[in-house]
Design a protein around this ligand. Structure first.
Ligand code: NDP
Length: 403
């Protein structure tokens, strides 16, 4: 059955979601793309030869979102605006009777805190309303959580450790640019590292710990331990897991720029007074940096994101790497966006499809690993993000296994 879908956010990810939904007309009947600036939606609608409608909405304002939902009457909203809008869009969903999908957890503007408790607090209200809210249906969080659910269901009797590894080996030719929203990216990277071990959170200084990991299709890249939001739900939803860490690669040039920005205060998120105006330094920096949406046409190379999972299967130790490689230029040819937006937008479309097809339409608020991974894994292969499972028993892992 084909349904109406509202997409909120016309950035890099919103463009991919719109392109991919159009490719599945048997599920997505009518699509409306809404964002803070309608002209950005219209530009994407032009690329799609007018096959979607567009609207202007300030998603911080619940009544505006409700009015748009009542006018367009969607069955589901795909929220690919910014994490700041998650709660206002969830409130609007409850008022208008619309199911919900997002790719990043709520974050207050004045504090770089990525935590699920604000959204988990909506569980009973979504359940009572008979609506589904699917949290974190991007790549990481998103596909990485589904990889873990798949490993738990098919590959292991018990999972002991999970290391999520994220490498973007793409080259966009700029001295410095972030490949998704710079404000969100820099808040994430400059936060303390944090991981889960034996039932407790352990903290590190920002980017303090490293691992030279060999990424399939790319080669060895230095990877830095960071906090990432999927750890918070995975440590609750994967029984017995003893340790979960997240690692991401950064080039030397990226890190040098970042250090300078930090040293001069440009990554600060508290407002300062400048010539009689209040300015948030990080937002000012964002205005100076290349728009992530403009990087697609000039980015070459691949991404590789995967989960290194270790545990026991059939009475023996087992370690596998489940991963996807994605090529920037191939993505650009298909949807006019680079691979970072692509690897987020495709799973957002698939998560919405799972709910609309009735495969994942349980009422309540759920993280993606709480659902059956199989139909989602099949769709990853079908819609552009094929994955592989490799046995990597011989690999040396920092700090070894946790028994
Ligand atoms: P962009 O900044 O490119 O796009 C965000 C869009 O949301 C912009 O079009 C922006 O409008 C719009 N927007 C911002 N505020 C509002 C508002 N109040 N009302 C309506 N629209 C608004 O970001 P990306 O496309 O790169 O990322 C989108 C989301 O995806 C983010 O939440 C990001 O954290 C998440 N993400 C998740 C990943 C994952 O793997 N899970 C990976 C990468 C991103 P305007 O153009 O006017 O600024």
């Amino acid at each position: 059955m084909s349904e109406r879908v509202l997409i909120i956010g016309a950035g890099g990810v919103g463009r991919v979601v719109a392109h991919k939904c159009i490719q599945v007309p048997e599920v997505f009947d009518m699509i409306c793309l809404a964002s803070r600036r309608k002209e950005k939606c219209d530009q994407i609608a032009d690329e799609l030869e007018g096959r979607i409608s567009t609207a202007e909405v300030d998603a911080d304002r619940v009544p505006e979102v409700v009015a748009l939902m009542k006018a367009f009457d969607p069955k589901l909203v795909i929220n690919v605006a910014l994490p700041y809008q998650d709660l206002s869009i969830m409130e609007a969903c409850l008022e208008a009777g619309v199911s919900y999908v997002d790719t990043a957890n709520y974050e207050p503007r004045d504090e770089a805190k990525f935590e699920y408790h604000w959204q988990w607090a909506y569980r009973e209200r979504f359940e009572a309303a008979g609506l589904t809210a699917l949290l974190g249906s991007g790549f990481d969080p998103g596909v990485t959580n589904v990889f873990c659910a798949y490993a738990k269901k098919h590959l292991f009797d018990r999972i002991d450790t999970i290391d999520i590894l994220d490498c973007n080996a793409g080259d966009h030719g700029h001295p410095f640019a972030t490949n998704f929203n710079p404000e969100i990216n820099l808040r994430e990277v400059t936060a303390n590292g944090r991981y889960w071990e034996r039932g407790q959170w352990k903290e590190t200084d920002p980017l303090e710990r490293t691992w030279d990991f060999e990424y399939p299709g790319i080669g060895v890249r230095r990877s830095y331990l960071m906090y990432h939001e999927e750890i918070e739900s995975l440590c609750q939803n994967i029984p017995d897991v003893q340790r979960i860490r997240f690692w991401m690669t950064f080039s030397e040039a990226y890190l040098t720029h970042l250090r300078v920005f930090e040293n001069v205060g440009l990554t600060r998120i508290d407002p300062i007074e400048f010539e009689g105006r209040s300015v948030v330094p990080l937002q000012f920096l964002k205005a100076l940096l290349p728009d992530p949406g403009s990087l697609g046409a000039r980015t070459r190379g691949q991404t590789c994101i995967g989960c290194l999972v270790e545990g026991e299967a059939g009475g023996k130790r087992r370690r596998v790497f489940i991963y996807n490689n994605c090529d920037h230029e191939t993505c650009f040819r298909e949807v006019q966006s680079q691979a970072v937006s692509y690897t987020t937008g495709v799973p957002a479309m698939i998560g919405a499809k799972m709910i609309l097809e009735g495969q994942w339409d349980r009422p309540g608020v759920f993280n993606i690993e709480e659902f059956d991974p199989d139909p989602f894994m099949e769709d990853l292969n079908r819609y552009g993000l094929p994955w592989k499972v490799e046995e990597v028993g011989d690999l040396a892992v920092p700090d070894g296994p946790v028994a």
